[in-house]
Design a protein around this ligand. Structure first.
Ligand SMILES: Cc1ncc(C[n+]2csc(CCOP(=O)(O)OP(=O)(O)O)c2C)c(N)n1
Length: 584
């Protein structure tokens, strides 16, 4: 088949498809999201968004037990959520091949923390493959299903942002149709109560020793001999950096990084005078090599953030390869809520009320920044509700209103249990669900509240109000956050309710709206340059040379929030539809 230029994520999807995967589940998260979006368009696969990563993995485990090759994908923090089933799925083993793809984000391009999933592989004892480019991403994902079946273990494929989003040449192959395996009721294998689990724990060691042997023979591990002066042990994207920065060095590129091919490492070490490790994030390879008793020279590479060819070259005193800073000459673009974002109305109200806002993860996290400055925390998905409850218990807010704010997708992911906690423990928290009808931050994925599935089917549009009432919240109200006064009134009423309360701020994401109403303009005469509209932080609004407000009609979507904050009636519709050459 002809070569194609594919991103790592596209290649992973293709590899899974070629391996005959028939069930796939995921929760979106950058940089992993496009894997399932691509796979969902391929024939013969049932691909689903789960409400969170734990459920996604459980769907994958179930499908594997039922005899279907299954793929589960997530970003690194998703594995914290899915860790519970993973740690026991290695005991049970699989029915048909089960592959888990986890994409790390060194440098935190779009994440709240940095984690090295290689530690999880060793911690949970899951065999792990680390591709270095899209061709390996395809080949390793494809091979991982067979490996999983041979070892009776789930197999983890670890990606990172550069691999997932970078594009390299790939030669796609054909799909193998793998017949489903019949389901077998096997208590000793699938019911992990202590008596059975103890036996499977021992069996796991036997499966892992087989994995060790396979790691020694892995075709994805290779050695490049270029003299004995320096030998670099590396894996994943770091291999590409080594090739660029240290073209003279001998290299051992490890493809299967758990379990490690210890003999191959020892053989390589014996051939070089100076043994070094180049790896991104934690000293995973380094500590393993040291534990093997090898003498490894520490090049002093930082264990924080992304490596670049320049950083690698500098650590070894080599000349930096010629690169161009992609940010050079680009105007700064501070992160901001989009023009017309319905979240803005809620945060304008919360700022005016001087509320303590326990925040969450989504587009709305941007409201923490000036000029809205209306969010006090962002820890992990769903944390807002428990944190608001805890803050309330602490009494630390000293009479200020305390609210939890989270999006619809985040509410489905892990907000429900937090709300249940508040109700159960007699808490009084006010929770604001920003229901913009989509999972916006990761690129508009559907979720249980949107009424659509990943593969374009319709789904029951689960009613958030009804869910909250069913969880025991008596005070639930829905408001359009583009209407500023009613929004503030609703939040104030919820705050004085003696029990837990929920405000659902419901209006579609501005990027979902296809119509483009006439934009608004500022009447120069009426504008007093008070700056009230500017404080909404809308990118369509700025000040002119006289500090009066101006509206960029190519950005304005006519949400009318600025009209409502202007005390002087200076913002009006232009009456002239703006032609920007197409719909938004
Ligand atoms: C455990 C975990 N999984 C996935 C992500 C990636 N992620 C960040 S925000 C978000 C969802 C945001 O959707 P929503 O809550 O509806 O808010 P919106 O962006 O639409 O405002 C996701 C999936 C993450 N940060 N953590």
């Amino acid at each position: 088949m002809a070569h194609s230029l594919l991103s790592g994520n596209e290649a992973i999807a293709r590899g899974a498809w070629e391996a005959g995967v028939s069930v796939a589940a995921a929760y979106p998260g950058t940089p992993s999201t496009e894997i399932l979006e691509n796979l969902a368009r391929m024939d013969g696969v049932r691909a689903e968004w789960a409400p969170n990563e734990k459920v996604a993995l459980e769907v994958g485990i179930g499908a594997s037990v039922g005899g279907a090759r299954s793929l589960v994908t997530m970003k690194h923090v998703g594995l914290n959520v899915a860790a519970d089933p993973l740690f026991t799925a290695v005991y049970t083993g699989v029915g048909a091949g089960l592959v888990l793809v986890v994409a790390d984000d060194p440098g935190m391009h779009s994440s709240q923390n940095e984690q090295d999933t290689r530690n999880y592989a060793a911690f949970a004892r899951v065999p792990m493959l680390e591709p270095t480019d899209s061709a390996e991403a395809l080949a390793m994902t494809k091979a991982a299903f067979g490996l999983s079946e041979e070892l009776d273990l789930p197999v983890l494929v670890r990606s990172t942002t550069r691999l997932s989003h970078g594009k390299t040449l790939v030669e796609p192959g054909e799909r193998v149709e793998v017949p489903g395996r019949p389901y077998a009721k096997l208590l000793g294998k699938y019911v992990m109560m202590p008596g059975m689990a103890r036996k499977r724990r021992i069996d796991l060691e036997q499966r892992l020793s087989r994995a060790r042997a396979l790691s020694e023979d892995s075709p994805f591990t290779f050695e490049e001999a270029r003299g004995s002066a320096i030998g670099v042990v590396t894996s994943g994207v770091a291999y590409q950096l080594v090739r660029e920065a240290l073209p003279e060095a001998s290299v051992l590129k490890i493809g299967m990084t758990y379990p490690l091919p210890e003999q191959r490492i020892r053989d390589f070490a014996a051939k070089v005078e100076r043994l070094v490790v180049v790896e991104e994030l934690d000293p995973y390879l380094m500590s393993n090599l040291l534990a093997m008793g090898l003498i490894v020279d520490d090049a002093g590479l930082a264990h924080i953030g992304e490596l670049t060819p320049g950083v690698v070259a500098a650590a070894f005193g080599a000349a930096a390869p010629e690169t161009r800073d992609p940010m050079e000459d680009l105007p700064a673009r501070p992160p901001m809520l989009c023009p017309g974002c319905p979240h803005r109305g809620v945060f304008a109200a919360l700022r005016a009320m001087d509320a303590v806002v326990m925040g969450d993860i989504g587009c709305y996290t941007l409201a923490a920044l000036p000029p809205l400055s209306a969010m006090d925390s962002c820890v992990c998905m769903g944390a807002s509700i428990g944190m608001a409850h805890g803050l309330g218990l602490s009494g630390g807010a000293e009479g200020r209103p305390v609210v939890a704010v989270l999006g619809d997708s985040t509410f489905a992911h892990s907000g429900l249990t937090g709300l249940l906690d508040v109700v159960y423990n007699g808490g009084v928290s006010t929770v604001i669900v920003l229901d913009n009808r989509i999972t916006a931050m990761t690129g508009h994925q559907d979720n249980p509240f949107t009424g659509r599935t990943l593969q374009g089917g319709s789904a029951p549009e689960i009613d958030i109000e009804a869910v909250c009432r069913a969880l025991g919240v008596a005070d639930v109200r829905t408001v359009d956050p583009n209407l500023l006064k009613p929004t503030r009134t609703a939040i104030e009423a919820a705050l004085v309710h003696p029990g837990p309360s929920v405000v659902i701020a419901k209006a579609p994401c501005a990027l979902l709206t296809k119509e483009r109403p006439d934009p608004f303009a500022v009447d120069e005469e009426a504008c007093t340059a008070c700056g009230e509209c500017i404080r909404l932080g809308c990118p369509a609004l700025s000040r002119d040379g006289t500090a009066r407000a101006v509206i960029d009609i190519t950005l304005c979507v006519g949400c009318r929030q600025c009209v409502q904050v202007c005390k002087y009636g200076a913002i009006q519709r232009t009456g002239a539809a703006c032609d920007i050459g197409g719909s938004r």
